[in-house]
Design a protein around this ligand. Structure first.
Ligand code: SF4
Length: 329
């Protein structure tokens, strides 16, 4: 039996910032239990995740809903947000709680926190922050995330979607992959129609969106000028994708959105020591290749350039995710 004492935990180890905003449970036998374990075991992880004010690093329209961490609480709040963003549920809608699942979630939360604080690419750091400082008229008054974007979705996903990079006024504004722009509208609507998302829209963090059996990430985590990272920026960021792929152990199918995502996954797979076929598989919409025991499936990127021109249609997009589900079986 454990009593909830409400004491703040210090930072500790890879989930330190998650714990920092949480509380301590102490048993009658004086044993201590980390709050995260405590609440997961009692099946109330979501309630605790919402108990604190979750972050909007620059404040803005999410202020009061997701909170503005402030300098001292910021790390804790980011950790909590990262933890929330990879919340996982089983088919009955309950948090999964095996030791391995928890380890996987914690490692992904830790990685997400690391990503959020990365400033390795000077050009991209300056660009993402400049976009936030001078937004277009329609977003004036909003405060931007203006940090790198971590992966989002189900840690037990069999399908991992790899894009190019965040959009300057999409994910760079909202803080979540493919959220708050037309590409995301297109993508999440398709994921909803094909059963991978609980809702068709993705407007902001905390809007209730959950993915099941799908996880969305990108080759590069900061918005690049003209949507074109340099090869050096790609290579600097790639280890984050490699680490995510290592942690997403149940992944069977990679859906690459565009040739950059396709190439990024192949590079990451090679860096992980996986066997990449020769000749190197060529990107195409509907192209498939087996890479290191997983299946790579190509899709045109849902950019407006493709969707406005009819190069990528709704049935074409849905067919990709339906195919991914079949391949994952
Ligand atoms: S692109 Fe990647 S490596 Fe470069 S600053 Fe952003 S998160 Fe860091």
């Amino acid at each position: 039996m454990f009593l909830f004492l409400g004491a703040k935990l210090p930072r500790r180890g890879e989930i330190g910032t998650v714990q920092a905003g949480d509380h301590l449970a102490v048993g009658l036998d004086r044993g201590e239990l980390a709050a995260e374990d405590f609440v997961e075991d009692l099946d109330i992880l979501f309630l605790v995740g919402r108990a604190g004010r979750l972050p909007s690093p620059a404040g803005g329209q999410d202020r009061g809903k997701e909170g503005d961490g402030g300098s001292q609480e910021e790390g804790a709040a980011h950790g909590a947000a990262a933890h929330n963003s990879i919340r996982c549920h089983d088919d009955a809608g309950k948090p999964m709680s095996s030791v391995k699942d928890k380890d996987s979630r914690r490692a992904l939360a830790s990685l997400a926190e690391e990503v959020h604080n990365c400033r390795l690419c000077l050009r991209l750091v300056e660009w993402r922050e400049a976009q936030a400082a001078n937004p277009p008229r329609r977003y004036r008054g909003e405060e931007y995330w203006a940090r790198p974007i971590s992966g989002f979705g189900d840690p037990e996903a069999r399908i991992v979607i790899v894009g190019l990079a965040p959009a300057a006024h999409g994910a760079n504004r909202t803080g979540r992959m493919f959220t708050g722009d037309r590409s995301g509208d297109w993508l999440y609507a398709s994921l909803h129609r094909t059963g991978f998302a609980n809702q068709p829209h993705s407007q902001r963090r905390g809007d209730g969106l959950e993915l099941r059996d799908a996880y969305i990430t990108a080759t590069v985590r900061c918005a690049p000028p003209a949507n074109k990272p340099t090869p050096e920026e790609r290579d600097t960021c790639l280890p984050y994708l490699e680490r995510e792929l290592r942690l997403l152990e149940r992944c069977q199918v990679i859906v690459a959105l565009g040739s950059f995502g396709w190439d990024g996954f192949l590079r990451a797979a090679r860096a992980l020591g996986e066997e990449v076929p020769r000749p190197r598989p060529k990107f195409g919409h509907g192209a498939e290749a087996e890479v290191g025991g997983r299946l790579l499936l190509g899709s045109y990127h849902p950019s407006q350039q493709n969707t406005f021109t009819g190069k990528l249609t709704v049935p074409m997009t849905d067919a990709i995710f339906e195919r991914a589900r079949v391949l994952a079986k």
